[in-house]
Structure formats: C-alpha cells, structure tokens
Design a protein around this ligand. Structure first.
Ligand SMILES: [Fe+2]
Ligand SMILES: [Fe+2]
Length: 313
C-alpha cells in the first residue's frame, strides 16, 4: 500500500501535476514545505516593521495612503501563507510560537533599519523586486495551496515594486539632497537584497531535493543572476549607482558579472546578530501580547455561534 502511494506521489511530481492537502506525501516533503511556507509567512509579518516605521512620518497624505496599503498587503500575504501551511496539518498558533521562540526564521533582509524615507522606495524597488524573482517560480510549486497563494501574492508584489520605483523616480527628479538619500539607501540595501536569494549553490544542501520535488524551480545563484540582470537597467534609468565595482556586462555569458556578497555578514544576521534582530522579535512579541484580547474575543464569538447553531437544530 505504502509503495503504491509513494509511486502515485512520484508520478504526480513527474507529470508536473499538483499535490493537494489530502494526498499522501513523504514526510520530508511535508516538513520541507512547512518550514519554507512558515518562514515565508513570518517574513511577510516581520517585514511590516521596517516600513511600518515610516507610516506616521510619510511626507504627504498620498505617500501615507500608499505605504499603509502596502504594509496591509504584507499582512494579507502572511495570512494566506499561514493558511497554506495549515493545510499541511500545522496550527498557526504553533507557527507563531516557533517564530517568537526563534525556532523558525524569517528573511534576514528585515533585520536592517530603515533610516530615511528613501528606504521605503528602495525596499519596494529592490526587496519586493527580489521577492518577485524568488516567488514567481513558486506559483508553479508542486504543492497546490502554496502555488495558488503565490499567484495572488505575486500580483501584489509587482504593485509594491512599481510603487517603490515611482517614489524613487520622484525623488531623483527632486533636490540634490533627495538624490543623495536615494543613493545612500541603494548603497545600504543592495547587498542585503542579493542575500535574499540565500547562500551560494555550493552551500545550499536542500536545493537539489527541493528541485526534485518541484518545490523550487531554480537554484539560488540562478535567481540572483536573474535579479541582477533585471535591476541594472532599472538603476541606469533611475540614475543611481549600484555599489559594486565588479558589476559589468559579460557579453560571453550574456549576463552581468558581479561581486560576491559578504557571506559572513549574511551568517551573522541569520544567527541573530544583525542590526535589528532583537528589536524585530521583541516588537512581534509585544504585538502578540497586545492582540491576546482579540484572539480571546474571536474564540468566544466562534464558540457562541457554534452554540447557537446547535440550539437551532
Ligand atoms: Fe509580501
Ligand atoms: Fe511586498
């Protein structure tokens, strides 16, 4: 029986069909997905903090409305993803606990501070831009609920990317001080954005298995290259310099060559020693504590509804 189930799973993957929640799946496949989807959901939620930091200080009502909408979208992404993870038999409360006790991670990019309003534009341009490159292939993920959640998420991410770029364009057409702010923010976010694709392929032991399972479609280095190739012309159009003297077009490869990010810094931030790690987790814990009454009220309401439903029968 087990063998039959396994064969059915393998055939589903080979035919590029979707695995659905009630289908049998190897425990490693389930574990990998739970870890990846949870990490992704946590990133959406923690990712609200660096930008949320500027909502009250946005320079105009229009910019405030845009930023508010964007940060709200990220909350929505977190919710779709927690729901997708729940179809694998885990509970959202359990995942939240694992985030707060730091047993599960979120993207290292959100451990950097947002120092000026130009950071809001650069995050949209580079961070949401990198997220799109990472996430578009996930729309074809072999696990149905994850792939379908990603379709909606990617549509919103591309809006985020454009809003960031539009803000930067506006600033670049402004004063020299504004142009300096954009350049400074680009200098700070460029390398962490490249790190969003994860360690180099040689140090990414899970990639092969994830690709065989149809969870991942491209390696980290392939995606990083794609991002660089896509971003260079955008930087040129914007009139901003990317902070890498090794960045040059290689006609033989048909791609841009670029320097290696500082992988020691990447590991340091991942291990919890980035500029804002402690603050991000502490803020998330606080928000969770502050939200306790909402969860209690929602649970009481649901219990009452259920009770009424029973009485009506
Ligand atoms: Fe998002
Ligand atoms: Fe986004």
């Amino acid at each position: 029986m087990d063998e039959e189930l396994h064969e059915h799973f393998t055939r589903t993957i080979e035919r590029d069909q979707r695995v659905e929640p009630r289908d049998w799946m190897p425990s490693g496949y389930r574990r990998t997905l739970v870890r990846q989807i949870a990490q992704h959901a946590h990133s959406e939620i923690i990712g609200m903090q660096p930008e949320g930091n500027w909502i009250t200080r946005a320079p105009s009502l229009r910019r405030k409305a845009i930023l508010l909408a964007k940060v709200q979208d990220e909350a929505g992404h977190g919710l779709y993803l927690y729901s997708a993870a729940e179809t694998l038999g885990v509970d959202r409360a359990e995942l939240t606990d694992k985030l707060l006790s730091q047993k599960q991670k979120y993207s290292s990019i959100f451990n950097y501070p947002t120092l000026t309003f130009a950071d809001i534009g650069v995050i949209g341009w580079l961070v949401d831009g990198a997220a799109i490159v990472n996430q578009v292939p996930l729309c074809r993920c072999s696990y149905g609920p994850y792939g379908r959640a990603m379709v909606r998420i990617c549509k919103e991410e591309s809006f985020h990317q454009r809003q960031g770029y539009e803000l930067l364009m506006t600033m670049m057409n402004g004063t020299s001080r504004q142009r300096e702010m954009v350049q400074d923010a680009t200098d700070r976010w460029w390398w962490p954005s490249l790190m969003m694709f994860g360690p180099p392929d040689g140090d990414s032991p899970n990639t092969r298995q994830s690709m065989e399972w149809g969870i991942k479609r491209h390696t980290n280095d392939e995606l990083r290259q794609k991002f660089v190739d896509m971003t260079v012309p955008q930087a040129e159009a914007l009139g901003v310099r990317l902070p890498d003297s090794g960045l040059v077009y290689n006609p033989e490869r048909g791609h841009y060559d670029f320097s290696e990010p500082d992988w020691d810094e990447f590991r340091r931030v991942l291990e919890g020693n980035g500029p804002c790690n402690a603050q991000r987790i502490e803020r998330r814990r606080e928000a969770h504590r502050d939200g306790a009454w909402v969860r209690e009220a929602a649970a009481a309401h649901a219990a009452k509804q259920q009770q009424r439903g029973r009485e009506a029968v």
